[in-house]
Design a binder for this molecule. Structure first.
Ligand code: K1U
Ligand code: ZN
Length: 174
Protein backbone atom coordinates (compact mmCIF):
# COMPACT_ATOMS: atom_id res chain seq x y z
CA UNK A 1 0.00 0.00 0.00
CA UNK A 2 1.10 3.59 -0.55
CA UNK A 3 0.39 6.97 0.95
CA UNK A 4 -0.86 9.35 -1.74
CA UNK A 5 -0.38 13.13 -1.97
CA UNK A 6 -3.49 15.07 -0.97
CA UNK A 7 -4.43 17.82 -3.44
CA UNK A 8 -5.05 21.22 -1.82
CA UNK A 9 -7.46 24.03 -2.82
CA UNK A 10 -7.51 25.83 -5.22
CA UNK A 11 -6.36 22.92 -7.46
CA UNK A 12 -8.90 22.74 -10.35
CA UNK A 13 -9.33 18.95 -9.99
CA UNK A 14 -11.27 19.69 -6.79
CA UNK A 15 -13.82 21.54 -8.97
CA UNK A 16 -14.43 18.81 -11.58
CA UNK A 17 -17.41 16.44 -11.71
CA UNK A 18 -16.02 12.90 -11.53
CA UNK A 19 -16.66 10.10 -14.06
CA UNK A 20 -18.45 6.84 -13.15
CA UNK A 21 -16.25 3.84 -12.26
CA UNK A 22 -16.64 1.08 -14.87
CA UNK A 23 -13.85 -1.39 -14.04
CA UNK A 24 -13.91 -3.25 -10.71
CA UNK A 25 -10.41 -4.64 -11.07
CA UNK A 26 -7.12 -4.89 -9.16
CA UNK A 27 -6.20 -1.26 -10.04
CA UNK A 28 -9.41 -0.07 -8.39
CA UNK A 29 -8.71 -2.20 -5.27
CA UNK A 30 -5.17 -0.80 -5.03
CA UNK A 31 -6.47 2.79 -5.34
CA UNK A 32 -9.08 2.19 -2.60
CA UNK A 33 -6.48 0.62 -0.27
CA UNK A 34 -4.03 3.49 -0.90
CA UNK A 35 -6.78 6.04 -0.24
CA UNK A 36 -7.70 4.32 3.03
CA UNK A 37 -4.07 4.33 4.15
CA UNK A 38 -3.77 8.01 3.17
CA UNK A 39 -6.99 8.85 5.06
CA UNK A 40 -5.93 7.03 8.25
CA UNK A 41 -2.52 8.71 8.22
CA UNK A 42 -3.86 12.24 7.57
CA UNK A 43 -5.87 11.61 9.83
CA UNK A 44 -9.35 11.96 8.39
CA UNK A 45 -12.76 10.28 8.43
CA UNK A 46 -13.23 10.38 4.65
CA UNK A 47 -11.33 10.89 1.41
CA UNK A 48 -12.69 11.35 -2.12
CA UNK A 49 -10.83 10.42 -5.32
CA UNK A 50 -10.36 14.03 -6.58
CA UNK A 51 -8.47 14.76 -3.34
CA UNK A 52 -5.74 12.37 -4.56
CA UNK A 53 -5.90 13.67 -8.14
CA UNK A 54 -8.22 10.95 -9.52
CA UNK A 55 -11.24 11.89 -11.66
CA UNK A 56 -13.42 8.89 -10.66
CA UNK A 57 -16.70 8.66 -8.72
CA UNK A 58 -15.48 6.93 -5.56
CA UNK A 59 -14.59 7.71 -1.97
CA UNK A 60 -13.63 5.97 1.29
CA UNK A 61 -15.08 6.65 4.74
CA UNK A 62 -14.41 5.41 8.30
CA UNK A 63 -16.12 7.31 11.12
CA UNK A 64 -15.17 4.79 13.84
CA UNK A 65 -13.63 6.39 16.95
CA UNK A 66 -9.97 6.24 18.02
CA UNK A 67 -10.44 3.23 20.34
CA UNK A 68 -12.98 1.39 18.16
CA UNK A 69 -12.44 -1.32 15.56
CA UNK A 70 -11.83 0.21 12.13
CA UNK A 71 -14.93 0.05 9.88
CA UNK A 72 -13.89 1.28 6.43
CA UNK A 73 -16.55 1.75 3.75
CA UNK A 74 -15.78 2.02 0.02
CA UNK A 75 -18.43 3.98 -1.87
CA UNK A 76 -18.23 3.46 -5.65
CA UNK A 77 -20.63 5.39 -7.93
CA UNK A 78 -22.59 6.62 -4.88
CA UNK A 79 -25.86 8.55 -5.23
CA UNK A 80 -28.01 10.03 -2.49
CA UNK A 81 -31.55 8.66 -2.96
CA UNK A 82 -33.23 10.41 0.00
CA UNK A 83 -32.49 13.38 2.27
CA UNK A 84 -34.23 14.07 5.61
CA UNK A 85 -36.16 17.35 5.82
CA UNK A 86 -34.62 17.92 9.25
CA UNK A 87 -31.20 19.61 9.14
CA UNK A 88 -28.28 19.76 11.57
CA UNK A 89 -25.44 22.23 11.92
CA UNK A 90 -21.98 20.87 12.81
CA UNK A 91 -18.36 21.84 12.33
CA UNK A 92 -16.55 20.47 9.29
CA UNK A 93 -12.96 20.44 8.11
CA UNK A 94 -11.42 19.23 4.86
CA UNK A 95 -8.08 17.59 4.15
CA UNK A 96 -7.85 19.74 0.99
CA UNK A 97 -8.44 22.97 3.01
CA UNK A 98 -6.10 22.28 5.94
CA UNK A 99 -6.63 23.82 9.38
CA UNK A 100 -9.84 25.64 8.40
CA UNK A 101 -13.13 24.72 10.08
CA UNK A 102 -16.67 26.06 9.85
CA UNK A 103 -20.24 25.17 10.82
CA UNK A 104 -22.18 23.65 7.91
CA UNK A 105 -25.94 22.97 7.77
CA UNK A 106 -26.90 19.67 6.09
CA UNK A 107 -29.80 17.17 6.11
CA UNK A 108 -29.58 15.16 9.35
CA UNK A 109 -30.00 11.79 7.60
CA UNK A 110 -29.60 10.41 4.07
CA UNK A 111 -30.04 7.21 2.11
CA UNK A 112 -27.19 6.42 -0.26
CA UNK A 113 -27.02 3.82 -3.03
CA UNK A 114 -23.54 2.68 -4.06
CA UNK A 115 -21.44 -0.23 -5.32
CA UNK A 116 -18.72 -1.93 -3.30
CA UNK A 117 -15.25 -2.74 -4.66
CA UNK A 118 -16.64 -5.89 -6.34
CA UNK A 119 -19.42 -4.00 -8.11
CA UNK A 120 -22.20 -5.28 -5.80
CA UNK A 121 -25.03 -2.76 -5.20
CA UNK A 122 -25.96 -1.60 -1.66
CA UNK A 123 -28.26 1.00 -0.13
CA UNK A 124 -27.83 2.26 3.44
CA UNK A 125 -29.50 4.86 5.63
CA UNK A 126 -27.12 7.02 7.66
CA UNK A 127 -27.45 9.70 10.31
CA UNK A 128 -25.11 11.59 12.62
CA UNK A 129 -21.44 11.84 11.64
CA UNK A 130 -21.74 9.15 8.94
CA UNK A 131 -24.51 11.09 7.16
CA UNK A 132 -22.44 14.27 7.34
CA UNK A 133 -19.31 12.56 6.06
CA UNK A 134 -21.19 10.88 3.18
CA UNK A 135 -22.59 14.27 2.11
CA UNK A 136 -19.16 15.96 2.39
CA UNK A 137 -17.50 13.22 0.29
CA UNK A 138 -20.27 13.08 -2.34
CA UNK A 139 -19.97 16.85 -2.67
CA UNK A 140 -16.27 16.31 -3.54
CA UNK A 141 -17.34 13.94 -6.34
CA UNK A 142 -19.41 16.79 -7.83
CA UNK A 143 -16.65 19.41 -7.46
CA UNK A 144 -18.25 20.99 -4.37
CA UNK A 145 -16.27 21.95 -1.23
CA UNK A 146 -17.68 22.48 2.27
CA UNK A 147 -16.86 26.20 1.98
CA UNK A 148 -19.43 26.43 -0.85
CA UNK A 149 -22.13 26.00 1.84
CA UNK A 150 -20.92 29.20 3.57
CA UNK A 151 -21.43 32.87 2.72
CA UNK A 152 -19.17 34.21 -0.05
CA UNK A 153 -17.40 36.36 2.56
CA UNK A 154 -16.56 33.39 4.82
CA UNK A 155 -15.68 31.13 1.86
CA UNK A 156 -13.23 33.63 0.38
CA UNK A 157 -11.67 34.25 3.79
CA UNK A 158 -11.00 30.52 4.36
CA UNK A 159 -9.72 29.96 0.79
CA UNK A 160 -7.44 33.02 1.04
CA UNK A 161 -5.99 31.65 4.31
CA UNK A 162 -5.19 28.31 2.62
CA UNK A 163 -3.59 30.06 -0.37
CA UNK A 164 -1.50 32.20 2.00
CA UNK A 165 -0.28 29.24 4.08
CA UNK A 166 0.66 27.39 0.84
CA UNK A 167 2.62 30.47 -0.36
CA UNK A 168 4.48 30.60 2.97
CA UNK A 169 5.19 26.86 2.83
CA UNK A 170 6.53 27.07 -0.75
CA UNK A 171 8.77 30.00 0.31
CA UNK A 172 10.08 28.05 3.35
CA UNK A 173 10.72 24.94 1.21
CA UNK A 174 12.85 26.93 -1.30
O1 K1U B 1 -13.00 14.79 2.73
C1 K1U B 1 -12.24 15.28 3.54
O2 K1U B 1 -11.65 16.32 3.32
C2 K1U B 1 -12.01 14.58 4.84
C3 K1U B 1 -12.75 15.26 5.99
C4 K1U B 1 -14.15 14.69 6.09
C5 K1U B 1 -15.12 15.35 6.99
C6 K1U B 1 -14.78 16.04 8.12
C7 K1U B 1 -15.75 16.61 8.93
C8 K1U B 1 -17.06 16.48 8.61
C9 K1U B 1 -17.41 15.81 7.48
C10 K1U B 1 -16.45 15.22 6.68
C11 K1U B 1 -11.95 15.00 7.26
O3 K1U B 1 -11.79 13.91 7.67
S1 K1U B 1 -11.23 16.38 8.06
C12 K1U B 1 -10.49 15.65 9.51
C13 K1U B 1 -11.49 15.24 10.55
O4 K1U B 1 -12.61 15.68 10.52
C14 K1U B 1 -11.10 14.31 11.62
C15 K1U B 1 -9.81 13.86 11.76
C16 K1U B 1 -9.49 12.99 12.78
C17 K1U B 1 -10.43 12.54 13.64
C18 K1U B 1 -11.73 12.97 13.52
C19 K1U B 1 -12.07 13.86 12.51
ZN1 ZN C 1 -13.10 17.45 2.12
Amino acid sequence: MAVLDIVLAPDPILRTKTKPVERFDADLHRLLDDMLETMYLAPGIGLAAPQVGVDQRLCVIDVSGKDETRTPIDLINPEITWRADETEIAEEGCLSIPQQYADVERPAAVRVRFQDRHGKEHEIKADGLLARCIQHELDHLDGVLFVDHLSALKRNMLLRKVAKSQRLKTRDDD
